[in-house]
Design a protein around this ligand. Structure first.
Ligand code: GLC
Length: 440
């Protein structure tokens, strides 16, 4: 049966285009062992290295099933042959304070939060239909983690989305070989009608309970569910938009429908040329908390600001992942850059939120010095990671040089230079600084 997916096409809701920044949360039973090799960024590591030495701690259950993988060795040494589900019972979430999380996310400038509601391990973070007791309401934390976070997010003025792994569910395919290639991700996913109905009822339940603003599916939707009838994906999209008219869906449902494309670290960068896109990545090299990571792997505040502004300057949103510990604490190595971002945002929100890319005929990006541009209704903004006299690659005749000022309004001296526009910037502050101009 072919479905006409184009009927779901619609203008991108302004809230999503204006938001620019969201927080992804990967939290699960895998946050108990919290162990992976910090191999590299997805998209920069060849696939045979990637799966055996998987940098994603949320893939723990798969990685420990690969013969001779260092994760398997670590697991045997630390936990003997304990089954994975022991981690569900050991996960207590005793320090989980969703209000405090959302306060930090909002201060950092996030406008939406997207937690995992069921990752590849199949454990639901709410009382999901058909999961019996294999969820966080009946075991482990004994809380509706999705519901608590949804409420806190909205109280903090944030939109709320749900990540759902429709493509992989290792609890319904427990006897398949471990995945060790990208082709294996496609080949070893459940595609039958029973699983398609199970996944449909999960996402439908998420819509009914939490009215998510974003449906963020992962990997792909099961083949048997890509139809127009009862329990089909078309019906799911129809029901979602009926319930949440300004909701958005991502692009990981297969070749069906999406409101925005996604890139992940350095993978699928072609998505970043689409009209609407979102880059997602961890602060380090993993989504789930990885206790092995240290400052060599984690972005610091300035790097985080540069990454966010780079994405925004090219018209994307950043969905930055936080991986809490099993107790629900946000580890210092992740909290620190978020606090640095929050301090920067307090002065620079107006350069980021609601902005659009600046016309390349007015000014262009450069890496030496580091310069990126955004455009708000009345200003062109150069975000610059340099201080003192800096030459911006810009057309001096297109900018009102007399209007040059920092984000707080302090005037900046600007002059025509053979290579563009020379400005005198304060610093060093250790952080990028923004200078705005009226556009001619
Ligand atoms: C991938 C990974 C997964 C992570 C996700 C985030 O598909 O399998 O662990 O949740 O991307 O984009």
């Amino acid at each position: 049966m072919t479905v006409d997916w184009s009927r779901f096409q619609r203008p991108l809701p302004t809230w999503f285009a204006d938001a620019k920044f969201g927080i992804f949360v990967h939290w699960g039973a895998y946050s108990v062992p919290a162990w992976a090799e910090p191999t590299g960024e997805l998209g920069t590591v060849d696939e045979h290295t990637w799966f055996r030495h998987n940098a994603y701690a949320e893939w723990y259950w798969n990685t420990i099933r690969i013969d001779d993988s260092p994760a398997r060795k670590h697991h045997l040494e630390t936990y003997g042959d304990a089954p994975y589900d022991d981690f569900l019972d050991a996960w207590r979430a005793e320090e989980f304070d969703p209000g405090a999380w959302c306060d930090l996310f909002a201060r950092a400038g996030a406008r939406y939060v997207v937690p995992t509601t069921k990752h590849h391990d199949g454990i639901a973070l709410w009382d999901a239909p058909g999961t019996a007791t294999r969820n966080t309401v009946h075991r482990g934390p004994r809380r509706d983690l999705v519901g608590e976070l949804a409420r806190a997010a909205r109280e903090a003025g944030l939109r709320f989305g749900v990540y759902y792994s429709g493509g992989l569910d290792w609890s319904v395919t427990p006897h398949l070989p471990a995945i060790d290639t990208f082709a294996g991700v496609r080949a070893l996913r459940p595609n039958d009608a029973a699983y398609a109905a199970y996944a449909y009822l999960h996402v439908r339940d998420l819509i009914d309970r939490y009215r998510p603003d974003v449906l963020w599916n992962d990997i792909e939707w099961p083949e048997a569910g890509k139809h127009d009838g009862a329990l089909g994906l078309a019906e799911l999209f129809r029901y979602f938009y009926e319930t949440v008219p300004d909701g958005v869906v991502n692009d990981r449902w297969g070749d069906t429908h999406w409101d925005f494309r996604t890139s992940e670290y350095q993978h699928a960068l072609a998505a970043e040329t689409a009209p609407a896109w979102e880059n997602n990545r961890g602060i380090g090299l993993s989504f789930g908390y990885n206790q092995v990571e240290d400052s060599r792997h984690l972005m610091d505040g300035p790097r985080l600001v540069r990454h966010l502004v780079d994405v925004v300057s090219r018209g994307g949103n950043l969905l930055l992942n936080v991986g809490p510990t099993a107790s629900g604490a946000i580890p210092d190595g992740q909290r620190r850059p978020l606090e640095e971002l929050a301090a920067w945002m307090a002065a620079h929100s107006g350069v980021v939120h609601g902005s659009r890319p600046l016309d390349g005929a007015v000014a262009t990006a450069s890496d030496e010095p580091w310069v990126r541009w955004t455009r708000t209704s009345d200003r062109a903004w150069a975000v610059v990671d340099a201080h003192g006299r800096v030459v911006l690659p810009a057309r001096a005749d297109r900018l009102e040089l007399g209007s040059a000022a920092l984000a707080d309004g302090a005037p900046v001296a600007a002059h025509v230079d053979p290579a563009g526009v020379a400005v005198e910037l304060p610093g060093p502050s250790g952080m990028p600084v923004a200078v705005g101009f009226d556009v001619r």
